[in-house]
Structure formats: structure tokens, C-alpha cells
Design a protein around this ligand. Structure first.
Ligand code: B12
Ligand code: SF4
Length: 459
């Protein structure tokens, strides 16, 4: 709940002026309207066109059920990453849906609201005479021409909250300064949209990025770009401007290890307020890194982190396990390797092979591997539950009690992510947090196992 729904905000902003009133609802934050009956009542009373974003897999069935209950004959349009991926499924599961907008929606929504004939609108699928018509894809727009999200449409602030306890003065927002990524890692669908089109890298001007940052009220800003540092010079100019204008915010960005090649940029980032980098390391193994076409090897990762560690930045690193041909032993090395190179925190994700993934062919022809409809990969000798067990082991190898202390120490004294006030709040809620973790593990029937793994042995 930290970040706003950026894609939907772009679409809502470009719809302005074409409808009398645009109401943007983030149902995670709506207190009254999370009650379905009240939401349906509100829609029946106030709304002429319903536009819904479906961004990811989570709660897909619940979303379909809700869409089917939309009142009356109000036109229902859906869009977003997941909607684009699941056009046929959505039309089948949700008789109430009239139009699915595929891919980037800013221009498409404008044409729909202007009442242009659906047959001529690129990038939509719609119902006609009992069937579904899929119009051709829409060419990707130039990012500089798109209006940035109008924050006055928001009905809530985005702030830090842990286990239902929120801290109102720790506010979050996000900004998108570029779309696409120039790299071609084979597992990655970030810049490969669900239509299989590669979003060629396209960035906004430094001045427009700075204008947007200055207009944001929140104190902590996440750069949603797939890799904020794709153009190191541009990133450096953005840092220069932030420093020159004395903009006091804390920034989080996604990056590649290549950033270690630019020490001046790293220095400027620290000065500008970059506190956390989210880095895709993916694997410690050269064979896997080559298979994923990541563009670096283990030696380069080690060398890069020996540079990165010198800067007061918090490094959250992503790893992928369950790769094609990866042994259990190789997967289990991830936790140890992450400690060796100096990651501060890690998250591990099972390899996913989605519809247009270039790894699909390799998975199909490698004996013993299967890809489920959901894009999950498993092997005859390594089932989903085996992978789950392995992932838990990796986590426990990495997140030892000393690591947890280190995370706290680095955030507070090295990176200085938290202000004194925030720190006091965190200390105050720590007992409640620990208690809720104990309750959770107990509920899952694995409290003893977790404590043993944490304090005795991760076997
Ligand atoms: C930044 C980011 C995050 C951030 C913040 C997201 C935010 N602010 O909302 C964080 C880190 C929190 C995050 C979390 C997750 N993310 Co994420 N995230 C991204 C990332 C990198 C950028 C999102 C973004 O800003 N895109 C730019 C906007 C403009 O694009 P867009 O959202 O697609 O919107 C456009 C169109 O889809 C369309 N559109 C969207 N909504 C609507 C609605 C209507 C009515 C219309 C007409 C059109 C329309 O028009 C928009 C404008 O062009 C994307 C990858 C990517 N490059 O998109 C992944 C991505 C969206 N995330 C993904 C996933 C899986 C997740 C998680 C589930 C990961 C996890 N395992 O926990 C969580 C889910 C969080 C949750 N709420 O439950 C996947 C979804 C894939 C899928 N097939 O489901 C993506 C695509 C990455 C990937 N390929 O793996 N994510
Ligand atoms: S993993 Fe990162 S660097 Fe590689 S293609 Fe995806 S966004 Fe780009």
C-alpha cells in the first residue's frame, strides 16, 4: 500500500477534460467503499463509465466476481498489465466487460471517451454480435508527449504502515522518468509488454523530471523506471539538479550492478538523497547468468559490490531460483553468496516463464521441465513444494539475527534513511510487530521450525 497505482493515474489524467468529472478510487485506501454493497451503490449513483486497472495476478478471481456485479448498463472498460495478458479469459469470465484496453492506455482512453467508432480504435478488444473483435495493437507513444499524473485526483495520501499501524508523516510517492529498458535479460518481462512487444527505452527530459519531483509532496520517492540508470549521464544531471535546487527527499530506485562503474554518479546520488537501490543480481552462477542473458558474471558481481559497499546506500538485491538445470545445492548457495558480496536484504523469486518469454523454448526442450498455465516452472524431481522449502532455506541462511541487527544499524546510522521521529515510532511498534510475526508463524504451524532455523540450524 506504499505506492499509488501509477498506470491508472496516467490513464485518469489523460481522461481529464473528456468527462465532466474523473473520480480516481484506490480501493486499498477507500474506507467506506471497500464495502462492496456501498461501492456498487456509489457506482450506480455517480458513475457513467467504469474504468478498472488489473495490474497483477493477485485476487484475479475476486476481481472478476466484483466486475460481474457492476450495476446496470454502465460501460465497463478494463486495462492494465494483467488485463492485457488475459484478454480472452476476461471476456469469458466477465460478461459485464465491454472493452479491454491492451497495452499503454493514455491515447486509447481518449479516443474511447471522444466516442470514436470502436472499430477504428487501435489497441482495444471489444464485444460485437456475441463475439470479440481484437483491433490491431497501438504503436507505443512518445513518452515526452504524455501528461504526468495529476495528483489532485488522489483521495488519499500514501504513507508507511506496518501491520495496520500507519505512520502519517512518512509519505510515499512514485515517479516514472522513462519507459522500457535497453537490456534484454531473457527472464525479464519488465519491458516486454504482455503483447510480446519490447518497449524500446524512451526517457523524459531532465527538466520535466525535476518539475515533477518538485511538485510531489511526499518525502520518499520511488523511481518506477525499470532501471533508472540506463543513461548514466542523464541520471547524473538529475542528481545535479536535485542538489542545486536543494530538494530534500529520500529516493529509492531500481538499478543494475553496472552502476558501480560510475563512482562520480554514486557520489552525487548519495548527496542527492538516494538511500536505497533495488538491484537485480539474479544468480551467483555463471552458467545461469549466461542462460538468463544478464550480461555479467560472478566475478563482475563481486567486483561491483566491492565498489558499491563503499557508499552509504542500502542494497536490496533480487535473486531468481529454480532456473533451468539449476541444482538444489546451487540454489541454496544464494543466501551465502548474498552475504559474501554485501547485499543488505534480498528477495528470491522462482523463475517464471510467461507467454512470450524467450526461455520458453529452452524449458520445453529440456527433459523433465514443465511450465504451468500460470507461468510457473517446475521439474519432475523438484516440485512446487520443494522450491518453497528451498526458498525458505535460502531466506533463513541470509536473514540471521545478526543480519536483522545489521539492517537496522545500516538504515539508521549509515544510510540514515529514518528520521529520529520515525525511529522512535519504529521502536515503539517493534514489540507489536514481533508479536504479530509470532502469531503468523504459529498460525501456519511452523513457529518451532522458524525459531530453530533462526537460532539453531537452518537444516
Ligand atoms: C514499480 C513496480 C512495482 C512497485 C510499485 C508499483 C506501483 N507504484 O504501483 C512495487 C515494488 C510496489 C511492485 C510490486 C509488485 N509488482 Co510490480 N512492477 C513495477 C514496474 C517495474 C513498473 C510499474 C509502472 O509504474 N509501470 C508504468 C505504468 C505507466 O505502466 P502500467 O502500470 O502497465 O500502466 C499502463 C497500462 O497497463 C495501461 N493501464 C493500466 N491500468 C489501466 C486501466 C485502464 C482502465 C486502462 C484503460 C488502461 C490501463 O495504461 C497505463 C499507462 O500507459 C512493473 C514493470 C513495468 N515496467 O511496468 C512491475 C510489474 C507491474 N510488477 C509485477 C509484479 C508481479 C508485482 C508484485 C506482484 C510482485 C510480488 N511478487 O510481490 C507486487 C504486487 C504489489 C501489490 N500491490 O500487490 C509484474 C506484473 C506481472 C504480471 N504478469 O502479473 C510487473 C509487470 C513486472 C514483471 N514483469 O514481473 N511493483
Ligand atoms: S532485468 Fe532489468 S536490466 Fe534486464 S531487461 Fe529487465 S529491467 Fe532491463
Amino acid at each position: 500500500m506504499l505506492f499509488p497505482p501509477v498506470g491508472l493515474e496516467y490513464v485518469a489524467t489523460s481522461a481529464q477534460g473528456l468527462a465532466d468529472k474523473v473520480t480516481l478510487l484506490d480501493l486499498r485506501y477507500e474506507t467506506e467503499l471497500t464495502d462492496t454493497e456501498k461501492l456498487l451503490e456509489f457506482i450506480a449513483r455517480e458513475v457513467d463509465i467504469i474504468c478498472v486497472a488489473i495490474g497483477w495476478d493477485r485476487q484475479f478471481e475476486e476481481i472478476c466476481r466484483l466486475l460481474n456485479r457492476m450495476p446496470g448498463k454502465i460501460p465497463l472498460i478494463v486495462g492494465g498489465y494483467k488485463a492485457t495478458e488475459k484478454v480472452e479469459e476476461l471476456f469469458k469470465a466477465c460478461p459485464r466487460i465491454d472493452i479491454v484496453v491492451r497495452g499503454e492506455g493514455e491515447e486509447t482512453i481518449q479516443e474511447i471517451l471522444k466516442g470514436e467508432p470502436l472499430k477504428g480504435i487501435l489497441g482495444i478488444s471489444f464485444r460485437e454480435n456475441g463475439g470479440v473483435i481484437n483491433n490491431p495493437n497501438r504503436p507505443l507513444p512518445d513518452i515526452e508527449g504524455l501528461k504526468v499524473p495529476d495528483n489532485s485526483l488522489r483521495r488519499n495520501e500514501y504513507n508507511f504502515s506496518l501491520n495496520g499501524i500507519s505512520f502519517k508523516s512518512m509519505t510515499f510517492d512514485s515517479i516514472l522518468t522513462a519507459r522500457g529498458c535497453p537490456f534484454k535479460c531473457k527472464f525479464c518481462t519488465f519491458s516486454l509488454n504482455p503483447l510480446g512487444q519490447k518497449r524500446e527505452y524512451s526517457s523524459r527530459s531532465v527538466s520535466s523530471v525535476i518539475r515533477e519531483i518538485e511538485s510531489l509532496k511526499a518525502g520518499i520517492i520511488m523511481f518506477n523506471d525499470d532501471n533508472f540508470f540506463s543513461e548514466p549521464q542523464r541520471a547524473e544531471q538529475i542528481c545535479d539538479e536535485i542538489i542545486k535546487r536543494n530538494i530534500k527527499k529520500r529516493f529509492i530506485a531500481q538499478a543494475r550492478i553496472d552502476i558501480a562503474k560510475y563512482p562520480l554518479l554514486l557520489q552525487k546520488m548519495v548527496k542527492a538523497g538516494f538511500k536505497t537501490l533495488l538491484i537485480g543480481v539474479e544468480s551467483p552462477h555463471d552458467r545461469i547468468l549466461t542462460q538468463l542473458n544478464k550480461g555479467f558474471d560472478q566475478a563482475t558481481i563481486r567486483k561491483s559490490f566491492s565498489v558499491l559497499r563503499k557508499y552509504p546506500i542500502f542494497y536490496h538485491c533480487y535473486f531468481i531460483y529454480g532456473n533451468i538445470g539449476e541444482t538444489e545445492e546451487e540454489m541454496l548457495y544464494i543466501g551465502k553468496f548474498a552475504r559474501e558480496i554485501g547485499c543488505d536484504t534480498i528477495s528470491c523469486t522462482k523463475l517464471r516463464i510467461e507467454k512470450f518469454s524467450p526461455l520458453k523454448e529452452l524449458a520445453d526442450k529440456t527433459p523433465g521441465y514443465h511450465v504451468t498455465e500460470k507461468g510457473e516452472l517446475y521439474h519432475d524431481n523438484c516440485s512446487h513444494s520443494d522450491l518453497k522449502r528451498i526458498s525458505r532455506k535460502i531466506k533463513f541462511t541470509f536473514f540471521t539475527p545478526s543480519r536483522v541487527l545489521n539492517i537496522f544499524w545500516k538504515n539508521v546510522f549509515v544510510v540514515k534513511f529514518f528520521t529520529v521521529q520515525e525511529l522512535l515510532w519504529l521502536l515503539l511498534i517493534t514489540p507489536r510487530l514481533l508479536l504479530s510475526m509470532v502469531v503468523r508463524e504459529n498460525k501456519r504451524g511452523r513457529l518451532n521450525d522458524s525459531l530453530k532455523r533462526l537460532f539453531v540450524k537452518n537444516a
